[in-house]
Write a protein that binds this ligand. Sequence first.
Ligand SMILES: [Zn+2]
Length: 261
Amino acid sequence: MHEQPGLQDTARRVETCGDYLVFRHYFTVDKVRLHGASLCMKHLLCPLCAIRRGSKALKAYLDRWEVIRAANGVLRPFLVTLTVKDGDDLAERFKHLHGAQRELWKRKQRGRGSVLDGVVGAVWSYEVKRGSGSGLWHPHLHMIALAEHQPDATALAIEWKNITGDSHVVDVRPISQENPVTGFLEVFKYAVKFSDQPPEDTVHCWRTLASKRLIGSAGVFRGVVVPEDLMDDPDGLDDLPYATLFYRFLREKGGYQLNAR
Ligand SMILES: [Zn+2]
């Protein structure tokens, strides 16, 4: 591949991501919060930024779910997975999945009968990996769907096949009411599994998907604001005294050095 200066710059930013981490230790309550860091913000290339971003989205949508649940006790969350057939062109397969998801929601809006008719709100995210058998690109999406009754998986598979023309593999399962985090985590984990794929695949995903919105929402989940800032929320600790813990990554040692101030 022809080397581009912009790519070199991005590579340097990702490589040095997290070299500086500043924590505040609120010692009167013994709580630690990440206050500052040198982050690359390339969540499709960098596991550290991906996990920070995912946890911010997880918290924002769990908070909204608590508000919805308090107002409407009959709603339950379901985890819906929609997949498209594997293919060798990631951009084409992603566009296909994205378009099919749009059409599924349009059908619900048109009011002519859709499996999603009972769903009053949803949030979903796109995930990309290579199919385990085919080795071809396998984009799919995981969605939290809120409804009184579980959407029918068989009917959804038929509707999905009707929309996509080539894909019928879907999954619908309830999310634990007592511990919704596990189900929500499925939606807000990485868009790519960094450790499961070679770096060239990660770079290909980034170049193909960097300009795309990988989280979508509808109905009562619309308008949730996920903070851009990847630092910890001080959670009302601001007024308490703290000690600053300054960590610097030492490349030659392969570890962090702490300077307390
Ligand atoms: Zn990063």
